[in-house]
Design a protein around this ligand. Structure first.
Ligand code: FE2
Ligand code: FE2
Length: 322
């Protein structure tokens, strides 16, 4: 498609410019982009359009420094830009270092998730992170030993999700789920498992000391909120189950549905263990942190069989203890 060079100056609209140099090679825009031609905007690329470097270079060479977006798409464009700015992963790093880099990028990604809506751009970025994470585990399942569970207080919430994804994926791999697509559904479930907390005020999330009853009810609603947020995202049903049921317990004492073990997918049970383990080994406002071995010991003596699956626990031990 070819356009005359330059934008007409007499375009009058509430459309906003979107600089072409902010579009990334191999990225997908989940909003319409228009070219300004004469006194009109002409649709250049519809939602779901995939950009290639050659086309972007061609547009710039023709003088098209900007395309245009409609006001109702501003929010999506902001999220696209945030996701596009996240650092690219150096795939030459050894798995342990690569995993820690994924955790870093994942923490920023999760902060962005908490700041805005879930869009196709954010799901696409999560898939990219999940793909990298699965590759690390497939290369060296023991790379999760390099995860440091501790985190600065204010970063815990953001680092937690990708760490849960890493532990859950490693547990699954150890339990014999080795194909990439199945592992990705578990990693995606981990990445999004607490996304419902973005509806919970940070004052409650970071509160030191026990929560009041009303605060606790708000907090307990995060799996349902997260599941609702992901409703239009095309997330695999296993990933959705992880979002909705990661706080269920084998004996039916969990929430939101008080499900028992026979109603819980094995993948959910893996994610639940990953979630508990990361909470125990991380610095949090309302509990003392434990080292890896103290956390495993606590789970073994206090939570196994009642709350946590024995098989998943054995797999986590195998991943962490050599
Ligand atoms: Fe949660
Ligand atoms: Fe969690």
């Amino acid at each position: 498609m070819s356009f005359p060079v330059g934008l007409p100056s007499n375009l009058k609209s509430d459309y906003n410019q979107f600089p072409v140099d902010r579009l990334l090679d191999n990225s997908v825009t989940d909003f319409d982009l228009f070219a300004g031609i004469g006194n009109h905007f002409i649709l250049y690329s519809g939602q779901g359009y995939k950009w290639m470097r050659s086309e972007l270079t061609g547009l710039l060479n023709q003088g098209y420094k900007n395309l245009w977006i409609r006001p109702e798409d501003f929010a999506k464009a902001v999220i696209y830009e945030k996701m596009a700015k996240l650092p690219q992963l150096d795939k030459t790093l050894r798995p342990e270092d690569r995993l820690n880099k994924i955790l870093d990028i994942g923490a920023t990604f999760t902060r962005y998730l908490y700041e805005g809506d879930i869009t196709a751009s954010s799901v696409h970025k999560a898939e990219e992170l999940a793909t990298h994470l699965v590759a690390c585990i497939q290369e060296d399942q023991g790379c999760v030993r390099g995860i440091t569970g501790l985190a600065q207080h204010d970063m815990y919430t953001y680092l937690h999700s990708v760490r849960v994804a890493a532990y859950a994926t490693a547990i699954a791999h150890q339990m014999g789920i080795t194909d990439t697509e199945s592992l990705k559904t578990i990693a995606m479930g981990g990445i999004f498992h607490d996304v419902g907390k973005s509806s919970v005020p940070m004052a409650i999330i970071n509160k030191s000391g026990p929560l009041l009853e009303g605060e606790w009810l708000t907090m307990k609603n995060h799996p349902v909120e997260g599941h609702k947020k992901m409703a239009d995202s095309c997330l695999h049903h296993v990933s959705r189950e992880i979002v909705l049921h990661h706080h269920e317990r084998l004996n039916g004492s969990g929430y939101p549905d008080a499900l028992q073990q026979n109603s819980l997918l094995p993948e959910v049970q893996m994610a639940t263990l990953a979630d508990v383990f990361d909470a125990l080994t991380s610095s949090r406002s309302y509990q003392n942190k434990r080292n890896r071995f103290e956390a495993l010991d606590f789970i073994k003596h206090r939570l196994l069989r009642t709350d946590i699956s024995v098989e998943a626990f054995k797999a986590l031990v195998a991943c962490l203890v050599k």
